[in-house]
Design a protein around this ligand. Structure first.
Ligand code: ACO
Ligand code: PYR
Length: 489
């Protein structure tokens, strides 16, 4: 059975405290959601603001394949704004629990049904598709919930949705709720929150119980602890529920996750399922060895399925099989004695608390293999002008293959300006992208040593490099140049 996906990254996801997307950012996300096969896109809440309406209009102007919805309360003024934005449908949110009806809306159950019915009729009179979402449904008396839904359906609602607004469902409760609503005459969808970390589990249980649609957000962003994670649910349906599928192009999940993280500024933790940095990374020797022999030993799905690549990480827990595989990726062939020596050196560093980067690994390997490696690029000088009233500007003097090169760059801040100046000096011969930048203050104070780790990419090759200095600009430039030197060596 095909399960429909309503993505609410642009509405409930944007309700993440501090997140606000502009029209072009919302459009980029909507285009990607549409491209990868999302059925319904909740583009925002038209009532919220002028800017929000501009965002929704930018999306509705594109005539996407997906149905475009706006959130709306069951109030004509909200619905009028939805109509002005040209949406196909409304997510009409009607609170149904006693708590919400009596304490929040300060009304009665009879008046609530009246408000809900008349809003559905108003929407239908204006040609809108209606998904009626019962807010706080998981704390609502089921008979009353059925009454609200059946009234709405009689008035023309096209779909109804059970919202676990504060994430209190357990998988059993979710299954039972949806199983008891199987006889409703329209599709029933589920909207779960992650307050107890159960949103994906509850969504899967809802689907097994009879829900034919689920709401989710990319990376699980949203109010408080967030919503059901889009990527986790899609992959779980694909891999764990053999009787169900979705129309989503699973290979694109990583790229949409990256896009949403970048545009919202909500970065995901490394151990997040499917899209986290470590989801397909292996440091432990026993795991890496198993993976090399047969990847299924320690990977339930292949990284390629979700648009990712496996990686073996250098560190304290690794063994020689994983290390050898990483050395080969870096173009280094070693015998078993050399391999063991390199492994011992890395474990010594790791035991002393050091994160071992690829550049460290290559330096250790050079030493063990007696390779005389000379950096092609050397930093001679870097000068920064920065302050509260100037555009951060950097001038840089390098020697490249023995020749002096002078360059200048500007940037958002002094580090950006310095890196831009280095990039300009090497642009003719090295097409290198900075894919990650991480900074730590080693001792915590303002006089601390700064440890910068960068990841740089040239074609298919990604390597990590470090710079440690008392000055963040010098540390960043040093890390960047160390990585570039290795990538062009
Ligand atoms: C579970 C969810 O995620 S619901 C979606 C939550 N999203 C948002 O709130 C984001 C968009 N919201 C906004 O921009 C603003 O809250 C607005 C424009 C909708 C309303 O702003 P204001 O008029 O200043 O009211 P405020 O937000 O302070 O209070 C909410 C009002 O809506 C009422 N309300 C809340 N939910 C509903 C509902 N589903 N149906 C009808 N009325 C509702 C409240 O009772 C309150 O009304 P009151 O002023 O008569 O007491
Ligand atoms: C409608 C909605 O976002 C909720 O109940 O959580």
């Amino acid at each position: 059975m095909n399960i429909k996906v309503l993505d609410t990254t642009l509405r409930d996801g944007e309700q993440t405290p501090g997140v606000s997307l502009n029209p072009s950012e919302k459009l980029r996300i909507a285009l990607k959601l549409d491209e990868i096969g999302v059925d319904f896109i909740e583009a925002g809440s038209a009532i919220t603001s002028e800017g929000e309406r501009d965002c929704i209009k930018t999306i509705t102007n594109e005539n996407l394949n997906a149905e475009i919805l706006s959130f709306s309360r069951p109030l004509n003024k909200d619905i009028d704004y939805c109509i002005e934005c040209g949406v196909d449908a409304v997510n009409l949110v009607v609170p149904t629990s006693d708590l919400h009806i009596f304490q929040k809306l300060n009304t009665t159950k009879e008046e609530l049904i009246e408000m809900s019915n008349s809003a559905v009729e108003y929407c239908k009179d204006h040609g809108l598709v209606v998904e009626l979402s019962a807010e706080d449904a998981s704390r609502t008396d089921v008979d009353f919930l059925r009454t609200v839904f059946n009234n709405a359906i009689d008035c023309g609602a096209d779909r109804v949705c059970v919202c676990d607004t504060v994430g209190i469902f357990t998988p059993d409760a979710s299954f039972n709720m949806f199983n008891s609503l199987r006889d409703l005459k329209v599709p029933v969808s589920c909207h779960c929150h992650n307050d107890f970390g159960l949103a994906v589990a509850n969504t899967l249980a809802a689907i097994k119980g009879g829900s034919s649609e689920f709401h989710s957000t990319v990376n699980g962003i949203g109010e408080r602890a967030g919503n059901t994670s889009f990527e986790e649910t899609v992959v779980s349906i694909n891999s764990l529920l053999p009787d169900f599928d979705t129309s989503i192009d699973i290979h694109e999940l990583y790229s949409i996750s990256k896009l949403v993280a970048r545009l919202t500024g909500v970065y995901i933790q490394p151990n997040k399922a499917i899209v986290g940095e470590n989801a397909f990374a292996h440091e432990s020797g026993i795991h890496s060895d198993g993976i090399i022999k047969n990847a299924s030993t320690y990977e339930p799905i292949t990284p390629e399925l979700v648009g990712r690549k496996r990686k073996f990480v250098i560190g304290k827990h690794m063994g020689t099989h994983g290390l050898n595989s990483r050395l080969k990726e870096l173009g280094l062939n070693v015998n078993s004695n050399q391999l063991q020596q390199i492994c011992d050196n890395i474990k010594f560093l790791a035991d002393n608390g050091k994160t071992v980067t690829d550049v460290d690994l290559q330096a250790i390997a050079d030493n063990v293999l007696n390779i005389n490696y000379e950096d092609r690029i050397k930093l001679e000088e870097v000068t920064i002008v920065s302050g509260n009233k100037v555009l951060p500007t950097a001038s840089i003097k390098l020697t490249i293959d023995g020749n002096d090169v002078l360059e200048a760059g500007v940037g958002i801040g002094p580090v950006d300006a310095a890196i831009n100046a280095v990039k300009k000096s090497i642009s003719e011969f090295a097409d290198i992208e900075l894919v990650e930048y991480h900074v730590d203050a080693i001792t915590g104070g303002t006089d601390a040593f700064i440890d910068v780790i960068v990841k740089l990419q040239k074609g298919d090759q990604i390597i990590s490099a470090r710079g440690t200095e008392p000055d963040i600009i010098n540390a960043s430039v040093k890390a960047y140049i160390a990585g570039v030197n290795r990538l062009i060596s």
